[in-house]
Design a protein around this ligand. Structure first.
Ligand code: URA
Length: 257
């Protein structure tokens, strides 16, 4: 992605971009300028985002459909009593990147898609900054598939009920890289109670396929704590560099070179 477009995406997620004014010193774009940029002129799609998703054959699609049906009719825990609908996931059924969050919120519960509220808009902007787009090249899911009332933290029995669905999504997708956003997703995927700050900045390995997993902040936290957006941007760059190393090392046919 060229510098102009990357700067627009960074501005959209609220990371200060330093520019040289004509004849003046380096200075950060001001917040109003950033907001104007975002509202007046939607960031152009990257070439990656403009690519049409790959056509998917029936044998790839079918197990996803089966899983979807199961999740939407799941009554394994009491959350089905208070939800509007289950929220399965979004993205192509075959793709290299997987993002995992915590649980649907009010807007997700209403629309049946993960990360479509305010936090979702920020997540989209964060992903765009590293050339990812939910329509073409990243699959997004949550640990829980139903909204906990009042967005409270998931209870252990709810995680136990829903985790097998997430495991099946991971097994079907076989992503090359997983990004856990927020403490709840990270701790449950890594079976740890370590703090998010200790989990960031390193590559973890998930499951039998040893899929690289990187941890970053939850976008809802970043909305409350914008000062940490810069650290989130470091995490995203780190994830992108790990992915590049992986794809440099592994040929198109998936074999180590
Ligand atoms: N927060 C999450 O963790 N997931 C969503 O889908 C929405 C908000």
């Amino acid at each position: 992605m060229d510098t102009f477009h990357r700067n627009r995406y960074l501005e959209a997620i609220g990371v200060d971009v330093w520019v040289r004014r004509p004849g003046g010193p380096l200075e950060a774009l001001s917040v109003p300028e950033r907001l104007e940029t975002v509202s007046a002129q939607p960031a152009p799609l990257t070439p990656a985002a403009l690519e049409a998703p790959e056509p998917v054959s029936a044998d790839v699609e079918e197990p996803w459909q089966g899983l979807r049906t199961e999740i939407l009719s799941c009554t394994r825990c009491s959350l089905h009593k208070t939800r509007t609908q289950g929220v399965v996931g979004v993205g192509p059924p075959r793709t290299d990147w997987m993002v995992i969050g915590e649980a649907p919120g009010a807007e997700e519960d209403r629309r049946g898609e993960p990360f479509v509220g305010r936090a979702g808009h920020l997540l989209d902007a964060m992903l765009r900054a590293i050339d990812l787009d939910r329509k073409t090249n990243v699959y997004i899911a949550n640990v829980l598939k139903s909204r906990p009332p009042n967005n409270r933290d998931p209870k252990p029995e709810e995680v136990t009920a829903y985790l097998p669905y997430l495991m099946r999504q991971i097994a079907l997708l076989q992503p090359r890289l997983m990004l856990a956003v927020g403490r709840i997703a990270a701790q449950n995927l890594l079976s740890t109670d370590m703090s998010l700050s200790r989990l960031r900045g390193k590559v973890h390995y998930f499951g039998e396929l040893n899929t690289p997993l990187i941890v970053t902040y939850h976008p809802a936290y970043l909305l409350r704590t914008p000062a940490d957006k810069r650290k989130a941007w470091e995490d995203l760059k780190f994830a992108r560099s790990v992915f590049r190393q992986l794809t440099d090392r592994v040929g198109i046919d998936g074999h180590l070179s």
